[in-house]
Design a binder for this molecule. Sequence first.
Ligand code: AMO
Length: 429
Amino acid sequence: MPVTTKARTLIAKLDTLVGAEVTLRGWVHNRRDLGGIQFLLLRDRSGVVQCVFEHSQIPVAESCVQVNGKVVSNKKAPGGLEIQANDLEIITEALKPAPIEIPKEEWHANPETLLQYRHVSLRGVNARAALKVQAEIVKAFRNYLNNQDFTEIFTPKIVAAGAEGGANLFEIDYYGKRAYLAQSPQLYKQIMVGVYERVYEVAPVYRAELSHTSRHLSEYLSLDVELGFIESDSDVMDLEEDVVKAIVTHVGEYCQKELKLFGAEIPNTSAAIPRIPLLEARNLVEERYGHKTGGKDLDPEAERLVGRWAKEEHDSDFVFVTRYPQAARPFYTYPTEDGLTRGLDLIFRGVEITSGGQRIHDYNMLTAELEKRRMDPEAFRGYLEVFKYGMPPHGGFAIGAERITALLLGIANVRFARAFPRDGSRLQP
Ligand code: AMO
């Protein structure tokens, strides 16, 4: 049957249209037949509404349909109103029932099942809300930086060398030569500081993570920032503090429905974000909470406890950990004489969401650092060259988009903060 082309009304606008005849288009979210009366929950991009029919055939869930009817108030209906439907037209009929029942299973299904059928489970209210919030986070990130005179850049994801070190590089065959998927835009964003002074990038990066954790993906969205003519790592933290507060404020303003759905509390942005050197943080975690951390970094439990300290003592959901030892940071990190660096992390609700800091901008210092670490300067030729041509003192940071989204909403696993997560055992859908 041809679909009539009446002007379409969005579900979110219905509360101003009680009494009016409207045309809605969307998906069959759910259907129920109470002998003679049929209930259709119709979903469009703006919401869900109940439509009531008499003696109609409602197609299987996830079919696309058009409903014509009258908007009436009904206190018992979800949202306080419903559609007394006159007719229903099928736009695209679903060929078979969905592998999971979206309105129900989304809340209860096994997470593995939700990921296996992600192409369908993404249509669920929770999944859509999470990714909507992420889109707003990215929008706020861009808005803030655009207003501060930053330029958005787009750097290659096929690269000759890994910037971050470690074993988690994906190797690819590049016309018979060895190449890698970028772990980070790090080296390119630094080069671009020589062009624009202030740059940012929003793009996926790749990590062949060997361990299967709730905070690691093989492909994640990196929100990268780099700026020139800084004095020290404090300037980097000042900027990042403003960026995360702008993100939180924006989400608080534009995602109220989504925050409510997740029962998520928006972090307090009035408190200054505390800054604590790593060595102090380790002592504090041991003395205050009895947790001893080995190694050169903070382990996840120590991160959690530093986050707890920040909340208890400073009423802050965020805390910067500063002055990491050289051995814990990549070669480009600005070293200090005491064997430490101007490298830092930002912890949000007890989980690292950012690494950053000041970088080395002196050519000789940089080549010496590569040699010290027995890295091959040839692999970094294109990067090193630029330091011969006047690079200002600079620094920056990167926020993992899935991590900040998940932590903001209280989602336990970053996989659910990415539309199509990639991990060691997942390449489909
Ligand atoms: P780093 O390697 O610490 O630093 O990464 C920065 C942030 O990216 C996120 N992240 C991840 N998210 C999901 N899955 C992963 N496998 C994963 N790995 C990292 C985290 C982390 O804090 N070039 C530096 C940044 C800089 O100094 O500007 C870098 O990439 O939120």
